[in-house]
Structures are given as structure tokens and as C-alpha cells.
Ligand binder design. Structure first.
Ligand SMILES: Nc1nc2c(ncn2[C@@H]2O[C@H](COP(=O)(O)OP(=O)(O)O)[C@@H](O)[C@H]2O)c(=O)[nH]1
Ligand SMILES: [Mg+2]
Length: 194
């Protein structure tokens, strides 16, 4: 996909601020620090469109980026940040579920899982919602550059079994660029642009 433009639109504190136009949306979800901001920047060939390594603030925001004036990338709030205030932790579930339940323009959610970590309870909850609301999921393991080939293949298989996935999750690295073209291919297919 040729990126002609990538424009930050809004950090929405709640559904009232979500864009209501007809542009298709692809959302990105995963625990804090999984590499969500980095992978969005890597896909868009931008260094800093989405800020990386930020300490989560007091609110959980849903960030919308309009790509090629055609479709949105939606950066969902991260979860599992150990030092987040309880109010923030508790806000995660209704915020994400609210978004998933009501987003008619949502075409798929890219679920990011750290290739070196066990999925946690919230990763599983996210997957349950996606199944419940019949939303297509694209599974990608992040930071694959930190594993050798054998470890990477094992991580793919372990996480596939642990999460009950139909297919092997994609291996990706924002750092090396691994997996970026297959991830784009999958996203484009869900956008109906192939
Ligand atoms: N080695 C490596 N580090 C990464 C990769 N992606 C992200 N990181 C690092 O992981 C940390 C969290 O990344 P970030 O994108 O901010 O994660 P987010 O909290 O999920 O948005 C940062 O220090 C990144 O530099 C990757 O593919 N490889
Ligand atoms: Mg981030």
C-alpha cells in the first residue's frame, strides 16, 4: 500500500467523540508495551505519528488516524500497565468493548501479542469479545527480532494453541520490518481493496 497521507484526527475519551463517517476502520489492540505504537508507525513509514514508550496517562483514549483520506487506523488503549491507577485499569474494558460493539465501520482488529510473553487474561478477554461480536481478528506476534528462528516458530505454535487460533499468528518486528508486508496484505484484504 502506498501511503500518501497519514493524519492524526482525534484522541477520543469516549464514544461521543468517535468519528461517525463511513470510512472503514482497522483497529490495533494489545497490552501496554507490546509494540502497538511502533507497529502502526512502521506500517505507515512514519517515525513519530504515534508516540512510543509513553507512560499511560490518567485517561484511556482511542486515537484515530486517517490514512490516504480513505480509511482509519484506530489505536485502542493498551492494558496491563502495572502502575496505572485503578480508575484507568477499570476503564479499559468498557472502553474497548464499547468501541468493538458499536463500530459499524470496523473491518478487523489487529491483535498484538508479545512473541516472548504468555498471553494474559485480558488478551483472552479481547479475543472473546471479537468472537462474540463477530469481528475479524488478525493476530501478530511483535518483537520477533528478539528471537532466533527456532524460538520464533515455537512462539507461533505455542500462542496458536494457547489462544485457540485457527491459523498461525504472523511474526512481526517493527525494528527489522519483518512481517510488515504480510500484515499489510492481510489488512488490505479486510479493507476489501485487494
Ligand atoms: N526490539 C524491538 N523492540 C520494539 C519493537 N517494537 C517496539 N519495541 C520497543 O518496545 C517498547 C514499547 O513500544 P511501543 O510501540 O511504545 O508499545 P505500545 O505501548 O504497545 O504502544 C519501546 O521501547 C519500543 O522501542 C520491535 O519490533 N523490536
Ligand atoms: Mg502506544
Amino acid at each position: 500500500m502506498k501511503i500518501l497521507s497519514a493524519e492524526f484526527i482525534i484522541s477520543a475519551p469516549g464514544p461521543k467523540q468517535f468519528p461517525v463517517d463511513k470510512h472503514s476502520q482497522i483497529a490495533f489492540a494489545g497490552r501496554s508495551n507490546v509494540g502497538k505504537s511502533s507497529i502502526i508507525n512502521a506500517l505507515l513509514h512514519r517515525k513519530n505519528l504515534v508516540k512510543t514508550s509513553q507512560t499511560p496517562g490518567k485517561t484511556q483514549l482511542v486515537n484515530f488516524f486517517l490514512i490516504n483520506e480513505d480509511f482509519y487506523f484506530v489505536d485502542l488503549p493498551g492494558y496491563g500497565y502495572a502502575h496505572a491507577p485503578h480508575a484507568v485499569t477499570d476503564a479499559w474494558a468498557p472502553m474497548i468493548e464499547g468501541y468493538l460493539k458499536d463500530s459499524k465501520a470496523l473491518r478487523a482488529v489487529v491483535v498484538l501479542l508479545d512473541s516472548r510473553r504468555e498471553p494474559d487474561e485480558r488478551d483472552l478477554r479481547l479475543i472473546e469479545w471479537l468472537r462474540q461480536y463477530d469481528i475479524p481478528a488478525i493476530f501478530a506476534l511483535t518483537k520477533a527480532d528478539k528471537l532466533n528462528r527456532q524460538e520464533a516458530v515455537r512462539a507461533q505454535r505455542d500462542i496458536q494453541i494457547r489462544m485457540g487460533l485457527e491459523d498461525l499468528p504472523l511474526l512481526s518486528s517493527s525494528k527489522s520490518g519483518a512481517g510488515m508486508s504480510s500484515l499489510w496484505g492481510t489488512i488490505i484484504r479486510h479493507l476489501g481493496k485487494d
